[in-house]
Ligand binder design. Structure first.
Ligand code: GDP
Ligand code: GDP
Length: 455
């Protein structure tokens, strides 16, 4: 496309950059204290994944976006969870398992100064079973003298150990080059095996909102088609469930059913599980307990699904217990606390009585439809032209920025690039987003809009 004042190559580049699909996922796994979080900090180039000295510290954030050599990917940090009641081996294995399941490639971090331990060997067995590409990181090689320690790790049978100092950055570039070779361009979950199969649903929500009750309700009344996909050490992970005459794949039903009560790190464990399920899913059904105030934890889960770019349905559960007053206050809370997903279809259900279960499927379908909608460029520009003519951007400093051209660069979720003659203010961007949603029925999906400004 030719846009006044833009270099055609820049336009193509902008569309390509904005149109990327879901990003591939890299998991960083290993025993506590080997330096996973330090390495994640290095990879994302920020101080976000704060390294804490306290063991068992809870962190709600587990997924970060990263870029290396011009390629973008997601990193799952499993460093936030320490030994718990399960014992060291089981807890490392469980966290690694979730992370590996959601990942397209794995960095396995070993403390080269300590050498391989039995726990490391246990993780190696998990990695073998999972069959995902693995890059072996021999960490804490702070200088030349440590290189010998790293070479002992050949014995793990995972190929070449990459000597790295996550703390000082030594060797991390070479290792990341290897990671990029191991990492596919696009996640397999989305474009590979899953494509064309049953749609994938992540049923998520904080503990006690009624996830397992809801699952039992839908799986109990309808037919559980087949238990499939054996986990690496656990039982079936995902289940195919027929609902509204359609077969859906419910992600991580094992995790929902098995109510793991952990003392330390339980929140972190739940976050990791939720993040893994969201990564594997196309649509997130976020369950919220309508009888209680909407909490920060509910909001975090919503944010996680929005940031992952998944289709979203909000289900308010325990409706059977709500009196008129609570219903009134819930509406106010939804307006203020869940404004970021005001566009999400909403159902008020009761897993106990079965109320409105039949409304779930239409809501999920509406969300998936919006998530996959592609607006033809001609239609989009006709719409933008009328919109901008009727509601021009406010004049700033004697100039009036105009939107010259727009195109939808990608779907799942929809991504748009707008080319403008000047800086477009946040308020006007929100206005455009709102009108786009109304016009093209983007219900239940985040939409991304990037604006390129003419030099
Ligand atoms: P995690 O539990 O695996 O996430 O480990 P952390 O990232 O929290 O690191 C554990 C400890 O090892 C911290 O005190 C880090 O500063 C230290 N550490 C991490 N990487 C290196 C490294 O490359 N060299 C050295 N000397 N120490 C490191
Ligand atoms: P999970 O932790 O999200 O899987 O939540 P559960 O399914 O275990 O439910 C937590 C508690 O809420 C249990 O005591 C359930 O019986 C109860 N519960 C779940 N759904 C409903 C509902 O729709 N109505 C009522 N009254 N209680 C519910």
């Amino acid at each position: 496309a030719a846009v006044e004042g833009f270099d055609p190559e820049d336009i193509e580049g902008a569309i390509e950059a904005a149109g990327h699909g879901p990003l591939p996922v890299l998991a960083v796994v290993g025993r506590p204290n080997v330096g996973k979080s330090t390495l994640v900090n290095r990879i994302i180039g920020r101080r976000e994944a704060v390294v804490e000295d306290k063991p068992g510290v809870t962190r709600d954030r587990v997924t970060y976006e990263a870029e290396w050599a011009g390629r973008r990917f997601k990193v799952v940090d499993t460093g936030g969870w320490e030994q718990d009641v399960l014992g060291i081996d089981a807890s490392v294995a469980a966290q690694a398992e979730y992370a590996i399941e959601a990942a397209d490639a794995v960095v396995f971090v070993v403390d080269a100064k300590v050498g391989a331990t039995d726990t490391d060997e246990a993780v190696v067995r998990l990695l073998r079973k999972a069959g995902k590409p693995v890059v072996l990181c021999a960490n804490k090689v702070d200088g030349q003298s440590g290189e010998a320690d790293a070479s002992y790790l050949w014995a793990l049978g995972l190929g070449e150990p990459h000597p790295v100092s996550a703390l000082h950055g030594r060797g991390t570039g070479d290792m990341l080059d290897r990671v990029l070779e191991a990492l596919p361009e696009a996640p397999a979950q989305t474009f590979g095996l899953g494509a064309g199969g049953p749609r994938r649903i992540a049923l998520i929500g904080r503990p006690n909102v009624g996830k397992s009750s809801l699952l039992n309700k839908v799986a109990g009344e309808e037919r559980v088609v087949v238990n499939e996909v054996a986990g690496t050490t656990r039982d079936p992970v995902d289940e195919l469930i027929e609902l509204g005459g359609i077969t859906w794949k419910f992600i991580d039903t094992a995790g929902i059913r098995k109510r793991v009560h952990l003392q330390q790190g339980a929140d972190y464990y739940a976050s990791l599980r939720t993040a893994a399920a969201v990564e594997k899913a196309e649509v997130a059904v976020i369950l919220i307990d309508g009888s209680e105030s909407i909490s920060v934890q509910d909001q975090r889960i919503v944010t996680m699904a929005v940031e992952a770019g998944r289709a979203i349905v909000l289900a308010f559960n325990k409706w059977d217990t709500l009196d008129e007053e609570r219903r009134y206050y819930l509406e106010r809370e939804i307006e203020t606390e869940l404004a970021q997903v005001a566009w999400a279809p909403r159902v008020n259900v009761s897993a106990r009585t079965g109320r409105h279960m039949e409304k779930l499927v239409p809501a999920i379908e509406a969300a998936l439809t919006g998530w996959e909608t592609r607006v033809p460029t001609g239609r989009l520009n006709a719409f933008l032209g009328e919109l901008v003519a009727a509601h021009p951007h406010p004049v700033r400093g004697g100039k009036q920025p105009r939107i010259l051209f727009g195109t939808q660069a990608g779907t799942r979720p929809p991504r748009f690039v707008l080319f403008a003659s000047g800086f477009i203010e946040a308020g006007y961007r929100r206005f455009i987003e709102r009108r786009l949603r109304e016009e093209f029925n983007f219900e239940g999906t985040p939409i991304h809009i990037s604006v390129r400004v003419r030099e």
